[in-house]
Write a protein that binds this ligand. Structure first.
Ligand SMILES: [Ca+2]
Ligand SMILES: [Ca+2]
Length: 355
């Protein structure tokens, strides 16, 4: 889920709060930071990891960024899918120490006709961003801007980059109306920009791996991590005023956020301080564990496009007082790669219709 949806809505409801709302609020609201570094293209929404359909030897890892709409206005965000020059990275920890051992780093470039292309590099070990010395897995792969999914194959890998229908589902408006859910899925007609990677399980090793993703912007002061995360929703709901620190931190240092997570959980779920800390410890570091040899289902193992992560989160967030938002998975998912449905409001070749 987009952090910005929450932050903008939170700020909005702060401004308009009635006395009743303040009394019944479950949330100790943080400030409104907007998109990471003010750029929708750097805003990560969701990370998924699941088995390839019909081939237990391969896995799919998908990162969604760049929500198509702001929540606080009818304005769409920019139509350019990815930020040229920035890095969009999958981080993989293969030995359980919360430090990445393998990175797939994607960088986009603008081509002359207004389209974009992607280059993917593979880096081993803990590498700082922007070193540029990774092994090139694929280069100048096309970015999809229409309903037609442009898929690139390279060796044992398969890639997709571009606009897709957002598979996330959540009654956002109900959430901010005192959790009175009406089954109104805010995301049913929204788009997002996806990076989908199919890879052989052999590159993940023989143990459970830890996955997260990040976006890294090139600035005048060098490379700066704009956003990061592995598990859904917690970087939105549980970071309070530590949001900026959270988004720029590495998972290996996530113990520093146990306190702020626990504080939010005490407010949202009425947990005792001890219980809140125990729950917070289970949510950190912010890494999605994944073992392709076991059944995939969030929160136990990986995350499929249909797993109801909102219901899982709400149950934890409210300590069992709210267990569902009455919204389920989307029906426009594909049976095969890239699995996410075609974007709303686009022609097959990429002419925007009415977004
Ligand atoms: Ca490691
Ligand atoms: Ca749900």
């Amino acid at each position: 889920m987009s952090k910005t949806v929450w932050d903008i809505t939170s700020a909005k409801s702060d401004a308009k709060r009635s006395r009743k709302e303040i009394q019944t609020s479950h949330h100790a609201s943080g400030p409104n930071f907007g998109f990471p570094r003010g750029d929708a293209r750097l805003d990560m929404t969701d990370l998924y990891a699941f088995l390839k359909t019909g081939d237990a030897g391969k896995s799919i890892i998908a990162l969604n960024v760049h929500p198509s709409f702001r929540f606080d206005s009818p304005e769409p965000t920019t139509s350019e899918p990815f930020k040229p020059g920035a890095l969009y990275e999958f981080k993989i920890d293969t030995n359980g120490d919360a430090v990445a051992d393998l990175t797939y780093s994607v960088q986009f470039a603008s081509s002359g006709d207004g389209r974009q292309t992607a280059t993917v590099r593979r880096l081993h070990g803990k590498q700082p961003a922007g070193m540029g010395d990774g092994e090139v897995v694929v280069q100048q792969a096309p970015v999809s801007v229409g309903r037609e999914a442009l898929v690139t194959e390279a060796g044992d890998y398969r890639f997709f980059f571009g606009w897709r229908s957002d598979p996330f589902f959540f009654d956002v408006n109900g959430n901010f109306n005192h959790m009175q859910f009406t089954g109104d899925d805010f995301f049913k007609d929204k788009n997002v920009c996806s990076i989908v990677l199919e890879l052989p399980n052999s590159v993940l090793g023989s143990n459970e791996v830890g996955l997260w993703a990040r976006t890294v912007a090139k600035t005048g002061e060098g490379w700066i991590q704009a956003d990061r995360g592995g598990r859904p929703m917690q970087a939105v709901f549980l970071v309070g005023e530590e949001r900026e620190a959270y988004l720029t931190e590495e998972p290996v240092n996530d113990d520093r956020f146990i306190g702020v997570f626990a504080h939010e959980l005490e407010h949202s779920g009425g947990y005792t301080p001890e219980d809140a800390k125990a729950v917070a410890r289970k949510l950190l570091p912010d890494i999605l564990s994944y073992n392709p040899r076991e059944p995939v289902r969030y929160p136990h193992n990986g995350r499929t496009l249909t797993d109801d992560v909102v219901d899982v989160f709400l149950s934890m967030y409210t300590n069992g007082k709210v267990t569902e938002d009455n919204v389920g998975p989307h029906s426009d998912l594909l049976d095969g790669f890239p699995y996410l449905g075609p974007p709303h409001g686009f022609t097959p070749k990429g002419i925007k219709e009415n977004l």
